[in-house]
Design a protein around this ligand. Structure first.
Ligand code: ASP
Length: 461
């Protein structure tokens, strides 16, 4: 007989079914034993009454063991209906029961994960992920990504993968680097974003690119930051700012209406506020514009626009966004006179007080790009070594282009009402950038160090 999932049991009333899964809990009610059986798609209650020959086995079973249950699906009487679970109107009367793989007592109670030390949860993440809430978060994350892929596919966007082992691209953080064995003393970098590649894809004539892109940034972790995270990275040619903002607004509005029909968007169309106004009015460039900040179902999207092109850092000018951001056309004349005053084409997407993405129109003129590098104080040799390929590419028919990169983790965190992005990532790092399950990072052995031509001077425990 074929296996069915717990979620399909309510359609099988009166039938015998085969179920496989894990014992979530065992309740001993004296004569009757109840087992909550969990599989990848839900939960169902299994009943063993006092005449059942498997009753003792059910009573002695260990939670989290893998089991097989055969049984008849019966309707519960109305006072036993549990409207908290989708299978709460039925239960399974067991006629066969097998323990396929007994579990040891788990190191923490899966249902009490909120009270459990996070280090322990992450060390045994495969157990933590059994929790329905986290399971649901990952399911919804999948649905969000799937929605975005289909939506963009319907608008002629092409998903293109870009390298992970690459050269540095500046996004304001430190790079994670990989030592090269073939070229001792040389290093690859993991991408802080696919920024340069996506621009080069525009020069290559793709016009509409996107990627569910992993980005790696070595910066101090916080609740809404991880060393690696996922962006919906997108780029378009022959567009202006309004085209990109409109597309973003339409895409996420439809996403919310389709996948989260209970949520409501505070203001439509989404407010567009200049950086200057935001700072003046809200004292922040990520204002929380919800009317009721306690309402989990309220989503206040906004765009913050017209960021300055440069910020002052230690008396020097640094890119406020990244060095490929274009100034507003009427500001180009200030490049020689007063670059610190230039207003850029960059914008942030803000949701409920979080920055969930940023983007800009890009420079596609080699002379202007060169000038920006000069203003940033990068010497000619470094410009050539780090960005020569961009300057070259702009000499071979680069179209005007621009894009945005909303962060998937933060977005899903907010949509799922979670306080932390770790709750919506399958295998996150701790807030100290460690993975207690895989025990990373860890030292390299001497043979590997030698092969890579590396000598470690300061060993830190
Ligand atoms: N690469 C930028 C970032 O990661 C986004 C963009 O400008 O499209 O923030």
């Amino acid at each position: 007989m074929e296996r069915i999932f717990t979620s399909d049991t309510p359609q099988k009333i009166g039938k015998e079914v085969n179920l496989y899964g894990w014992i979530r809990s065992i309740r001993n009610m004296g004569q009757i034993i109840f087992i909550d059986l969990r599989d990848g798609f839900g939960l169902v209650q299994v009943v063993f009454d006092d005449k059942n020959k498997f009753r003792q086995m059910a009573e002695d079973a260990k939670p989290e063991s893998v089991v097989y249950v055969k049984g008849k699906v019966v309707k519960r009487n109305s006072k036993n209906v549990n409207d908290k679970i989708p299978t709460g109107t039925i239960e399974i009367r067991a006629s066969e029961f097998k323990i396929l793989n007994e579990s040891q007592t788990p190191p923490f109670e899966i249902d009490r994960e909120k009270a459990t030390d996070e280090e322990l949860r992450l060390k045994y993440r495969y157990l933590d992920l059994r929790h329905e809430r986290i399971h649901r978060n990952l399911l919804m994350r999948h649905k969000v990504i799937n929605f975005l892929r289909n939506w963009l596919d319907n608008r002629k966007f092409v998903e293109i993968e870009t390298p992970i082992i690459t050269s540095a691209t500046p996004e304001g953080a430190r790079d994670y680097v990989i030592p090269s064995r073939k070229y001792p003393g040389s290093f690859y970098a993991l991408p802080q974003s696919p920024q340069q590649y996506k621009q080069l894809l525009m020069v290559a004539g793709f016009e509409r690119y996107y990627q569910i892109a992993r980005c790696m940034r070595d910066e101090d972790s916080r609740g809404d930051r991880q060393p690696e995270f996922t962006q919906l990275d997108l780029e378009m040619s022959f567009v202006d700012e309004d085209d990109i903002l409109k597309l973003t607004e339409e895409m996420f509005t439809e996403l919310v209406k389709t996948l989260y029909p209970d949520k409501k968007i505070t203001t439509e169309p989404w407010p567009r506020i200049t950086y200057k106004e935001a700072i003046k009015k809200y004292k922040t460039d990520k204002p929380d514009l919800r009317r009721n900040k306690k309402d989990n179902n309220e989503l206040a999207f906004a765009f913050i626009t017209d960021f300055p092109l440069f910020a002052k850092e230690n008396g020097k000018l640094a890119s406020e966004h990244h060095p490929f951001t274009a100034p507003k056309t009427d500001q180009i004349k200030l490049l020689d006179k007063d670059p610190g005053k230039i207003v850029s084409t960059s914008y942030d997407l803000v949701l409920n007080g979080y920055e969930v993405g940023s983007g800009s129109l890009r420079i596609h003129d080699a002379k202007i790009q060169q000038k920006i590098f000069n203003i940033l104080g990068i010497d000619e040799k470094t410009i050539e070594a780090k960005f020569g390929h961009m300057l070259d590419a702009f000499k071979y028919g680069a179209p005007p282009h621009g894009g945005i990169a909303p962060g998937i983790d933060r977005l899903v965190m907010i949509l799922q009402n979670e306080p932390n992005i770790r709750e919506v990532i399958a295998f996150p790092k701790t807030d100290k950038a460690r993975d207690p399950m895989m025990n990373s990072p860890k030292p390299l052995d001497d043979t590997a160090l030698k092969e890579l031509g590396l000598i470690i001077k300061n060993k830190k425990k």
